[in-house]
Design a binder for this molecule. Structure first.
Ligand code: NAX
Ligand code: ADP
Ligand code: K
Length: 519
């Protein structure tokens, strides 16, 4: 599991070590220089002679970049530091200057010249170009180390001279080629704790993060700015509970309901599916496909698409009966009152009798005011905005897309449900601070019906672990993240690197599950 921690937790973990004189910045800078060295060898063949540009802000994040730059300079790299603040980390600046790195102060008027080392003050000096000089430097760099802002960032992108550097770097990259960008701890400008990415934000190819990942490296939309993430152990002891977690391959086997030797279909879990309608029979078929692909004990289908479901899946039982979990609402048309009544009844049953339920699409507006966490909502951004508006919030789809975690959390707080918010990175919020961010899927998965398959996969897992999911209110969030992981991997497996239809995703689910839980 990839765990991330809020800046406050990271600072609290650093404090006793710093008080004891542990050289945390040295550890961070050493690891950063090692990773930058790997990148330089990959793009240039060697560190010696390579051109490295440091973007340096006012804080310790800039200090990391300067110390790492000094190490690279000592290995023969040509290092130029662009100082975006009047005062930068004194020790880092001294180290870089001692290693014969160059420093240029940048501000509203462009680069001002070499800054003296020693007191960390980047005073004006003679020499240095203006105008396009920064752009030329960035364009000629092999690697840029982004040390403008770390966990001390306060929202809304990089402001001031640093923001201008971010824009200049973006223009260089947009023109084609350009340097490999390595972010120090986090891409500068992201919302480190909430994953927002407004204003001037560095787009990195690699982020080298210290102590533990930060939430913004996992959460949308900021996660996209991080590139690959390398976590460096600098010896921090962090709390047991992360801010945001991401399930990985090794986590699936413990969570998945693998049948024991004495299993029979009822003990493995029966899933009731109330999905599809005259207008959308395909949603019922796809939802059932996802559930069967995930290995549910049995599916009972309830609704008007029985013939289509049976034609595709003769193993399904059509009609009501006892179930251990539900999938509700996929493809249920707003004017299909009969099917909507069935969804309402199933939701009430799920709440009253402790049966986990997936509430998708057409079930979202039928939700009771409050539900337990074993009811899992699976909206996309537009549906979540609608749900929040129905509860009095003035929110549009774009607001949800700009801050998915905040809005998923809001929906959880308002309803009590576990919330799985679909997207390029799927965010899951449950009670007691359970938050997951899964970025497992190719963009090809953004195709009609893919969400129905996800609902089926999740329903199967909830049916297989029904009693556990009711007893432990944080488990549905973990199982929802697990379903997103399997669903995303199935999209890859169905046609690596190419387009997929929702039914092909469902067909790939059994193989993905085998790979994850097979001995
Ligand atoms: N505490 C430590 O000893 C360690 C800290 N480390 C590094 O230190 C970083 C944190 O350093 P700091 O606490 O100094 O904070 P930062 O280096 O993240 O920056 C804080 C500075 O940026 C300014 N600032 C904040 N938001 C801004 C914005 N939106 N636009 C422009 N300027 C803004 C603030 O006024 C402040 O001067 C970590 O991310 C990590 O890179 C590492 O060296 C590991 C050890
Ligand atoms: N850019 C993207 N990259 C990867 N996966 C995506 C992207 N956009 C959407 N998805 C995933 O594709 C699926 C689409 O589901 P949904 O929007 O409910 O479609 P439908 O209602 O047609 O089934 C979700 O699982 C979502 O997480
Ligand atoms: K940074």
């Amino acid at each position: 599991m990839l765990l991330s921690f809020d800046p406050d937790d990271v600072r609290a973990a650093e404090r006793p070590l710093l008080a004891a004189g542990v050289p945390l910045m040295d550890r961070a800078a050493f690891a950063l220089a090692v990773h930058a060295g790997h990148v330089l060898r990959a793009v240039r063949g060697r560190v010696g002679g390579a051109h490295v540009v440091l973007l340096v802000g006012a804080g310790n994040n800039g200090g990391d970049a300067l110390h790492a730059g000094a190490r690279l300079a000592r290995r023969g790299a040509r290092v130029t530091a662009l100082l975006a603040a009047p005062q930068v980390h004194a020790g880092g600046l001294a180290a870089l200057t001692a290693a014969h790195g160059r420093t240029l102060r940048v501000g509203a008027d462009g680069p001002d010249g070499d800054a003296p080392a020693g007191d960390g003050r980047a005073a004006d000096a003679s020499g240095g170009g203006r105008g396009g000089a920064v752009a030329d430097l960035l364009a000629s760099a092999d690697v840029v180390l982004d040390g403008l802002l770390g966990i001390g960032a306060r929202g809304g992108g990089v402001r001031g001279a640093g923001g201008e550097l971010v824009d200049a770097l973006a223009r260089v990259r947009a023109a084609g080629g350009g340097p490999v960008v390595v972010a120090v701890d986090v891409p500068s400008g992201i919302g480190v704790a909430d994953g927002t990415a407004a204003g001037a934000v560095v787009r990195a190819d690699l982020t080298v993060t210290f102590g533990a990942a930060k939430p913004g490296l996992l959460l949308p939309p900021a996660a996209e700015a991080a590139g690959a993430v390398e976590t460096v152990d600098i010896g921090l002891t962090l709390p047991a509970r992360p801010a945001v977690a991401r399930l990985e391959t090794g986590d699936a086997a413990d969570l998945w309901p693998v049948p024991g030797g004495s299993a029979q279909k009822y003990s493995r879990g029966v899933l009731g599916v109330v999905a599809g309608s005259g207008a959308y029979p395909g949603a019922a078929v796809l939802s059932v496909s996802g559930a069967l692909g995930a290995g549910v004990g049995m599916v009972r289908y309830v609704g008007g698409a029985g013939p289509q479901v049976l034609a595709a899946h003769p193993e399904v039982v059509v009609g009501e009966g006892r179930v251990q979990a539900w999938v509700l609402g996929s493809g249920v048309a707003p004017d299909d009152e009969t099917q909507r009544d069935r969804v309402r009844a199933a939701l009430a049953h799920a709440v009253d009798h402790g049966e986990p339920a997936v509430a998708d699409a057409g079930a979202l507006d039928l939700l009771p005011e409050r539900v337990p966490a074993h009811v899992v909502l699976t909206p996309h951004a537009g549906e979540l905005a609608t749900l929040l508006r129905a509860r009095g919030d003035d929110v549009a789809r774009a607001d949800v897309e700009a801050a998915p975690l905040a809005h998923a959390r809001r929906a959880h707080d308002l309803t009590g449900a576990t919330v799985l918010l679909k997207g390029a990175v799927t965010v899951v919020v449950g009670p007691h601070g359970a938050v997951y961010a899964q970025g497992d899927a190719p963009a090809w998965l953004a195709t009609a019906g893919a969400g129905d398959v996800l609902g089926g996969v999740l329903g199967a897992v909830l049916a297989g672990r029904s009693a556990d999911a009711v007893a432990d209110p944080t488990l549905p969030a973990a199982l929802a993240a697990l379903a997103a992981l399997v669903h995303g991997r199935a999209a890859h497996a169905a046609n690596p690197g190419g387009p997929v239809a929702a039914s092909a995703v469902a067909a790939a689910v059994p193989g993905v599950v085998r790979a994850l839980v097979g001995a």
